[in-house]
Design a protein around this ligand. Structure first.
Ligand code: HEC
Length: 94
């Protein structure tokens, strides 16, 4: 590791190095699982559940924003649902 042996980083050598490969996929998976669970429980009581692929990411943001009031979602719950619904929207990621 050439970068780590440089003098610039020597003073921060006691700081722990996050391991993305282990941590982030695990958190993302659990966030997506939560988003799915919240979507099913909070969004399926008034109408049938819409399939994720029905809307683009921006459309889901608008729809979920409108429905968040009806479903009494917290901002965090709304974000988890949007992440779940738009996870596979590679054609329109924004
Ligand atoms: C309290 C009842 C209620 C809950 C809870 C609810 N919805 Fe709805 N939803 C409606 C009604 C009524 C409509 C149709 C009329 C409208 O748009 O207000 C609708 C319409 C929709 C539509 C279609 C809009 C369109 O333009 O055709 C989507 C997508 C949707 N809801 C998603 C959601 C999501 C996501 C949630 C959870 C965050 C949710 N709904 C929770 C009552 C609800």
């Amino acid at each position: 590791m050439i970068l780590l042996s440089g003098s610039i980083l020597s003073c921060s050598s006691s700081l722990y190095v996050p391991h993305e490969s282990a941590l982030i996929p695990k958190e993302t998976l659990s966030a997506l699982q939560k988003g799915r669970a919240i979507y099913i429980t909070k969004c399926g009581s008034c109408h049938t559940l819409y399939l994720p692929e029905k809307y683009s990411t921006s459309e889901w943001r608008i729809q979920t924003g409108k429905m968040a009031v009806k479903a009494k979602l917290t901002d965090h719950e709304e974000e988890l649902i949007i992440r779940y619904l738009t996870k596979n929207n590679s054609s329109n990621p924004h």
